[in-house]
Design a protein around this ligand. Structure first.
Ligand code: T46
Length: 316
């Protein structure tokens, strides 16, 4: 819960201020819906529910309100009164909104469309569901691993000599092999494979179904000096279904597109577009890849599964 407060970068000049909220960048999920609440009677609180799966970020773009969160273990209260301040309301967090100012506009970014069946609107039901979920949450961690986060999805396996820091978030059905390090400000989606000896430092955002080969390293500081820390570590984004070959280094601040393929031993120094194949040091563009992982011919047809990928890649 200590991670629910978010501070957004303000881009300002003499004309005023601008804040940009981007999926998987400063918002830790893909945004499927935006709604806003305004014109609320200050005496009438709202919320009083939890979501089974929905994740949301709340931002008061005007005025103020108070948000109460309860994750089943810890209860916390947050005042939202600045447009560069957000609150992450994760799934299975009971939340209430109080003390709306008359000019309050509460904007909410949500990870899914509106589904009434995702709501738990009764606190007792929430407690029961939470207890049931906690008992059911079956992930495996080897007795020789050091797992400090509670935020791990069902069916994930964490193998020996791996250290997962307390702030890390790991999705469902991931396989995290031996001798891996996952720092605090790291988000891994579902079905991610992390082979042995991988180092994932603060700032890494890894989507669903990503493959990370053995000994891959994510850096997060472009000008490292011992005992000197940047104000914020650079963010590196690996989008859904991307694969990173063994022993590659992903230099901080780059984005790897969906289904992209990085060959073994590469040093990635720039953004990688979706469905492209790159390798070398520095990695350079070598062609296009199919969803099955094989190279496409000059007509964008997969040489292995014969799929014509022209439309998916978006070439004319
Ligand atoms: C939440 C907090 C922060 C829709 O039809 N579509 C929508 O996208 C939403 C958000 C709501 N609705 C309907 C459902 C209800 O009949 O609008 C009505 C009011 O919703 P509710 O009473 O849930 O409003 P709040 O302010 O208590 O809660 C809202 C969101 O519903 C909720 O997901 O997390 O804001």
């Amino acid at each position: 819960m200590e991670n629910s407060n978010m501070k957004f970068q303000v881009i300002g000049d003499e004309r005023g201020s601008l804040i940009s909220l981007e999926a998987m960048k400063n918002i830790p999920f893909n945004i499927k819906r935006v709604y806003y609440i305004y014109g609320v009677d200050p005496k009438l609180p709202r919320g009083f529910h939890a979501h089974k799966e929905l994740q949301q970020v709340l931002v008061c773009v005007s005025g103020s309100c108070t948000i109460i969160l309860d994750d089943g273990n810890v209860k916390s209260e947050h005042i939202l009164n600045e447009p560069d301040h957000g609150i992450l309301v994760d799934k299975m967090v009971w939340h209430e909104m109080h003390h709306f100012s008359e000019d309050c506009i509460l904007m909410v970014l949500a990870s899914d469309i509106y589904k009434e069946e995702d709501y738990i609107r009764n606190f007792e039901d929430f407690r029961i569901y939470f207890k049931k979920k906690s008992n059911l949450n079956k992930y495996f961690s080897h007795e020789l691993s050091l797992v400090e986060t509670n935020n791990i999805g069902d069916n994930t396996k964490i193998w020996a000599y791996t250290h997962v820091f307390p702030g890390a978030k790991i999705g469902e059905n991931c396989n995290i092999n031996d001798h891996t390090l996952i720092e605090n400000d790291v988000v891994l989606g579902n079905n991610v494979t992390v082979k042995s000896g991988v180092h994932i430092w603060d700032g890494a955002r890894i989507g669903n179904n990503v493959f990370i080969g053995p000994s891959v390293v994510f850096t997060n500081d472009l000008n490292p000096r011992s005992k000197r820390y940047p104000e914020k570590f650079a963010q590196t984004i690996i989008n859904d279904y991307a694969s990173i070959g063994a022993n590659s280094t992903i230099v901080a601040g780059n984005v790897i597109g969906e289904h992209a393929m990085i060959g073994a031993g590469s040093v990635v120094t720039k953004d990688i577009p979706p469905y492209t194949l790159w390798y070398g040091n520095p990695a350079v563009f070598r062609g296009y890849v199919c969803e099955c992982g094989n190279k496409l011919n000059v007509n964008y047809i997969c040489q292995t599964c014969n799929e014509n990928m022209k439309n998916k890649i978006g070439v004319k």
